[in-house]
Design a protein around this ligand. Structure first.
Ligand code: ZN
Length: 262
């Protein structure tokens, strides 16, 4: 009985003549051909072949950044202080979601260049609000997610933004001071409990008296993570200028981006 792991067409048959040497050599090369296709992605996340990103996807991140904090309910501090100002490049829908998911969860680190260039415009706009050296702070990812991905894409983005600001003459440096410990499962918790859960999970690793910070994250959804990050930085002595994100989930009544102009 043939092994179930070897398709019949590939199983060696004892009586068959030896294949010609060229065919053997060609088959031996195949793994390398396949490997090179893996190492050099040849399609935009939207499916457009032979480019790392296509013009249409690049254009989706190219518009002027828009203020989006009003659409994020959990950014409301409920203490009379206005919510943290947040700028997003675009709405987190359709092909934008594909680009972010491939970049973040499917190993497409080659998209760093596209996303950094786009986010740098928002960073430069926000940097005009201060003359202080800007601490560019990545919103922290929980350890298990970071280990699963093998890298921290948001930290890479923040590092590239800090470098880009410096190259443009703005004093800035990467300040990865926030840590996020693994929290109990958020499933089944109400939004207020989720916020409390997160608030206790994000901490600054050191005192940062007098620093002026810019938070960097990938996607704004409820705003709970950004709010917890802001509170942690303030508790450590920093002032937070605002946050910049690649994309923001449109509010339920704004699926087509009616209220927000990008
Ligand atoms: Zn594309």
């Amino acid at each position: 009985m043939p092994s179930s792991r070897i398709p019949l067409s590939e199983a060696p048959s004892p009586g068959a003549p030896a294949p010609p040497a060229r065919a053997v050599a060609a088959r031996a090369l195949c793994p390398f051909v396949d490997l090179s296709r893996l190492l050099l992605p040849v399609a935009c996340p939207c499916g457009e072949p032979d480019v790392r990103w296509c013009t249409r996807c690049a254009e989706r991140f190219a518009g002027p950044p828009a203020r989006v904090e009003q659409g994020a309910g959990r950014l409301d501090r409920l203490d009379g202080v206005p919510p943290l100002p947040v700028w997003a490049l675009t709405a987190y829908t359709g092909p934008v979601r594909d680009v972010v998911v491939h970049w973040k969860d499917r190993g497409r680190a080659d998209l760093d260049a596209l996303l950094t260039r786009a986010l740098l415009r928002a960073a430069r706009g926000l940097a005009l609000r201060t003359r202080a050296t800007i601490a560019v702070v990545p919103v922290p990812t929980a350890g298990p997610a970071r280990r699963q991905r093998g890298r921290d894409p948001v930290r890479a983005l923040a590092a590239a933004v800090a470098r880009g600001l410096r190259e443009g003459g703005t004093p800035a440096r990467l300040a990865p001071v926030l840590r996020r410990r693994t929290t109990r499962d958020q499933v089944g918790l109400g939004s207020r409990e989720r916020g409390r859960n997160l608030a206790s999970a994000i901490r600054s690793t050191r005192r940062t008296e007098g620093r002026v910070c810019m938070l960097v994250d990938d996607v704004l959804t409820s705003g709970a993570t950004l709010a917890a990050s802001e509170r942690a930085l303030e508790a450590a002595g920093s002032a937070v200028l605002g946050a910049i994100v690649l994309a923001a989930t449109p509010p339920p009544d704004d699926e087509r981006g009616r209220a927000t102009t990008w």
